[in-house]
Design a protein around this ligand. Sequence first.
Ligand code: FPP
Length: 246
Amino acid sequence: MIIDQVNRDRIPRHVAVIMDGNGRWAELHGNDRIYGHRQGVDAVRSIVEGAGEIGIEYLTLYAFSTENWNRPKEEVDALMSLLVDAIVQEIDNLNEKNVRMRVVGNIFCFPDQVQVKLSEAIESTSANTGLNLVLALSYSGRWEILEAVRKIVRDAQEGVISEEDINDKTFVNYLSSFEIPDPELLIRTSGEFRISNFLLWQIAYSEFYFTPILWPDFRKENLYEAIVDFQGRERRFGKTSEQIRS
Ligand code: FPP
């Protein structure tokens, strides 16, 4: 079994996923896009479970991008209710599995009812110490970086931070993901080779894994395949192989 090939001593702390291909999956199955998103929830359930089982600390899922607001209203509304329903339905399961839910993104853009449900889920799971499930919602990397710049300018004007204090360590404190380590592994499904404005700052040294599997078909075994592939790579961070091995 693929899980037996996973090296438990080298589990990435943080895996980020661009869940793509729900629309194409639905089309292949002769159904509407919303059906594809609904099936995508099963894939989410499977990898949340799988990530917890092998001791991943952070799993970030790109569930709704800033650009997704431009989709037809009907699809946006369906995604909102799907999200709320999934969260409400899964909350006991998340608590049972010791999963802590967090959100990165501009959730103030969401309808009040969605914000309330998200806050309830964050609050209800806040004492859990297992997997951190980070949902990127109304999120984009550029939005996050610009927000950080705005906050830094404000702090600089108030004398809280000076120009010399701005470096890559202090900058991360201004990002909406500030308590979360950078992902070592970024997975994108559906055969697309793009980053689509996801975690632009945080992926500076991430390993990328692309798979043709459409998101609704993705399961924890596919996550383990990605991790085995990741574990076979040498991460050099700009150094030479000799420096890494010595
Ligand atoms: C991309 O497929 C997928 C999304 C924009 C939404 C992802 C949402 C879910 C899987 C459901 C809810 C999530 C949680 C966390 C409960 P696409 O529509 O871009 O597919 P396409 O490229 O084939 O059109």
